[in-house]
Design a protein around this ligand. Structure first.
Ligand SMILES: O=P(O)(O)OC[C@H]1O[C@H](OP(=O)(O)OP(=O)(O)O)[C@H](O)[C@@H]1O
Ligand code: HPA
Length: 183
């Protein structure tokens, strides 16, 4: 499959001490091919449960292309947790920490009782997913499913243990000695 094929050859760069892999789905670099995007979307739709879901939720920036194509396929609207504060009434700020960055994410557009599916490109340390889940819980949303395209390291297990939610992924990778391996 294209996702696995393209992962095999992706470059790794250092972000501080973190070995960061660069891939079209996770970075939009070097180029996002429609056949790859389509394959990923179809695979997400196969594993995910989008029945009777009010909103798809993703995080800026690299969940946006995924939420967009899933929204077009399912006719479900989507919400982007932004890194920018809008100061809208009921905006929910949460702290986000990844393996290489720290910041805030802001949730708008979710009503109490909304049934949501969370979609993101990668789960690595799980810091971002913890932030998304905590914002949605504060908003009173009902999380129906969580799907990340790529899992790396043990962040998925950590988040599952802490929150009780099951996280689905399409492929599991790791970076070992500067090389990306696919399990
Ligand atoms: O599991 P974690 O360690 O939290 O890593 C996963 C997150 O890291 C990336 O986001 P980032 O905040 O770097 O922003 P980007 O989407 O703009 O690359 C990626 O898009 C995930 O949201
Ligand atoms: O290694 C990575 N590559 C791309 N996106 C990511 N988000 C967390 N880790 C990574």
């Amino acid at each position: 499959m294209l996702l696995e094929e393209t992962l095999k050859s992706c470059p790794i760069v250092k972000r501080g001490n973190y070995d960061y892999f660069i891939h079209p789905i996770t970075d939009g670099v070097p180029v996002v091919k429609p056949e790859l995007l389509r394959e990923v979307a179809v695979r997400i739709l196969k594993v995910g449960n989008f029945d009777e879901v009010d909103k798809i939720v993703t995080a800026e920036a690299m969940g946006i292309h995924l939420a967009t194509i899933l929204s077009i396929y399912t006719d479900i609207p989507f919400v982007i947790m932004r890194k920018r504060q809008y100061n809208l009434p009921n905006e929910i700020p949460v702290f986000q920490k990844t393996g290489y960055s720290k910041g805030q994410l802001y949730l708008n557009g979710i009503n109490k009782g909304d049934k949501v599916v969370i979609v993101d490109d990668v789960i690595s340390t799980g810091g971002t997913m913890m932030a998304i889940i905590s914002a949605l819980e504060k908003a009173g949303a009902e999380i129906k499913d969580i799907i990340c395209v790529i899992e790396r390291g043990n962040g998925k297990e950590i988040v599952e243990k802490k929150t009780g939610y099951k996280i689905k992924t399409l492929v599991k990778v790791d970076v070992v000695d500067g090389k990306l391996i696919i399990y």
